[in-house]
Design a protein around this ligand. Structure first.
Ligand code: ZN
Ligand code: ZN
Length: 607
């Protein structure tokens, strides 16, 4: 008798503890859910009440399933037809039940009867939840796949659902959940073009001063789109005038190419300026991109473009930027040499020649190449030395010898290359928002007057050479600096040194540091404004603002009437390259189109 009642109380106690635990985790989950509900346009799943209205059956079923997953119970569907939807708790004797009916003549459903109390024992509830279908769970976590985030692996998903949602799923289900979430996050390529004019309009509202262009063909089909955020357009004015331009192929349904133009900030980080998505990389698309870029970056004598050696880039630049210098990416050129002169021992000599600072050093290295391999020397000569040598560059390239700047954008986009157009722009936006925020914080916390990476470079040259140098002061500005093998002349007033590094890098070389220290001055005084922490902070003082949920956009009629159709000619035939396992829900019953979108944009046309 005693034993029975003890067990009874123990079981009551356990279920109380579980309930308390569930309600506590619920409040944590609430925050996640409310942001989720906001992003999907669903109402807060937590508040079910008589009279609550759902937009349509799909939204109702999803909301109720999420409610069950969240509150750790299961229901079974007693009735589901064109007008009624009736649910009971899985425990036949439990009091929880819900009845919703369709409002006459419309798609919407309303809750008519609702008993929220459970009389069943929550401790007996099953962790392998029947409402937790791969489809529902995929929708729940699709925000984990948005905005350039690395996709979650099935093992991570198993852990998230176990810890955050109390739902146990096996590996194969986790795989289907992941596939489904990624599919939702990617959105629907066909519809993405239609959203573009509105998304662009929205960028100009949320980010004043932004520049967007898009071009369609005579049949209103998409051709090119160009985007530059106001904050980075204004920030460019603080940058050194060296622009890396590059292209990356997209793997979305419509293929196409992403073009990008970037500068480098005073801390040697990539500073993205403009992007374009074009049907393919050719003369016409590069010409269009550079014409758009002229609105942001004017053509000037001291402007330098760095790119790979491609005929369409060269002709685009000579047509649109006749004054600017066109430098080649020394890394791309090295790859060309490795193909044409396989196994040549002179390639490292070429590499050194491209990077040395003085013409004397360059001449002696190039002489070495000419003496050993006339053909290679001829090839390098025909590419034009001024295009690949720092010492002979007619305009200052500083440390920017490669277009890897633009390539690091490509690396970031690797995960997102298969996204449709608006999603791709949205993921670029999201990465830039993050970069601007992180760098704003980093620069505001940096105590020195000189940026982090310039400070590091100067410390390295101090450690490796400055301390071994002997300085003789000539007058107030000039110094003679003697090393083991060479003697250099420094002018602190003009910020020059015969090693040319001070002149080109725009911060003191080892000899400059030695000279400054010789007269008890801090070397930071001789660092160019470009590398000051003040200017670095200025470059990120503004933010890149998100566009928000499409549901809340106010779009003028002139914009919403703009038609932008997908470029049908680019659809590749045959099956898609990427292997994918169709999720269970794709078979059998016809399913409504997923309305979620990787960038929280509902793709159904706005009413
Ligand atoms: Zn129940
Ligand atoms: Zn020097």
């Amino acid at each position: 008798m005693f034993e029975v009642s003890f067990l009874f109380w123990q079981s009551r106690l356990t279920s109380r503890i579980i309930e308390a635990f569930v309600s506590e985790t619920s409040s944590i989950l609430d925050q996640q859910y409310s942001s989720y509900a906001f992003s999907t346009g669903l109402s807060d799943a937590d508040s079910l009440f008589i009279g609550k209205i759902f937009k349509d059956k799909d939204e109702m079923v999803f909301t109720l399933r999420m409610f069950a997953v969240k509150h750790n119970f299961e229901f079974h569907t007693v009735k589901s037809d064109l007008t009624r939807y009736v649910l009971h708790c899985i425990d036949e004797n439990c009091s929880w039940r819900l009845r919703a009916t369709r409002a006459g003549g419309s798609e919407s459903y309303a809750i008519r009867k609702y008993v929220s109390h459970h009389s069943c024992d929550s401790s007996l509830r099953n962790v392998s939840h029947r409402q937790a279908s791969a489809r529902t769970l995929g929708r729940l976590i699709s925000n984990h796949f948005e905005g350039g985030k690395l996709p979650l692996r099935p093992k991570q998903l198993i852990e998230i659902f176990r810890k955050d949602h109390g739902v146990g799923i096996n590996y194969s289900k986790a795989w289907r959940v992941q596939e489904h979430a990624a599919e939702l996050a990617r959105g629907l390529p066909d519809d993405s073009f239609e959203v573009l004019p509105r998304w662009f309009h929205r960028v100009q509202v949320t980010n004043p001063g932004s520049i967007t262009f898009f071009k369609k063909d005579s049949a209103n089909k998409f051709k090119y789109a160009f985007l530059a955020f106001g904050a980075s357009i204004r920030g460019y004015k603080l940058m050194r005038k060296v622009i890396s331009i590059d292209g990356a192929h997209l793997t979305s349904k419509f293929k196409g190419t992403l073009l990008g133009a970037s500068a480098q900030d005073g801390n040697f980080n990539l500073y993205p300026i403009a992007f374009a998505i074009v049907d393919s990389e050719n003369d016409a698309s590069w010409d269009w991109f550079l014409k758009c870029l002229l609105n942001i970056i004017p053509d000037e004598n001291d402007l330098v473009f760095v790119s790979e050696r491609a005929a369409s880039i060269a002709s685009g630049l000579s047509g649109n930027y006749p004054l600017a210098h066109h430098g080649l990416c020394t890394f791309h050129l090295q790859k060309n040499l490795e193909t044409h002169f396989r196994g040549s021992s002179l390639i490292p000599v070429y590499y050194a020649a491209s990077r040395v600072y003085t013409k004397t050093e360059f001449d002696s290295l190039f002489w070495e190449i000419t003496n050993s391999d006339k053909k290679l020397a001829q090839y390098l000569w025909e590419v034009h030395v001024r295009k690949w040598s720092r010492a002979y560059s007619p305009s200052n390239r500083y440390n920017i010898m490669t277009s890897n700047l633009a390539e690091s954008v490509n690396a970031l986009l690797k995960q997102n290359r298969e996204y449709p157009i608006v999603c791709l722009f949205e993921s670029i936006r999201s990465i830039m928002t993050r970069w601007f925020n992180e760098r704003r914080e980093e620069s505001s916390q940096h105590p020195s007057a000189v940026t982090i990476n310039v400070g590091k470079k100067m410390k390295a040259s101090y450690d490796t050479s400055t301390r071994w140098l002997e300085v003789c002061q000539v007058n107030q500005e000039e110094f003679e600096v003697k090393g083991d093998t060479k003697t250099h002349l420094v002018n602190l007033d003009k910020r020059t040194c015969t090693c040319c590094m001070f002149d080109i890098d725009k911060f003191p070389c080892a000899h400059g540091i030695a000279s400054a220290n010789h007269i008890n001055l801090n070397e930071n005084m001789f660092v160019d404004e470009f590398h000051s922490t003040y200017r670095w902070r200025q470059a990120y003082s503004e933010s890149i603002h998100p566009n928000g949920d499409m549901e809340y956009w106010e779009i003028p009629e002139t914009i919403s009437e703009v038609i932008c159709l997908p470029p049908s000619t680019r659809v590749p035939s045959g099956r898609r390259k990427k292997k994918r396992i169709p999720s269970v829900w794709e078979h059998g019953r016809s399913q409504p189109k997923p309305k979620l979108h990787k960038c929280n944009i509902s793709l159904s046309p706005k009413n």
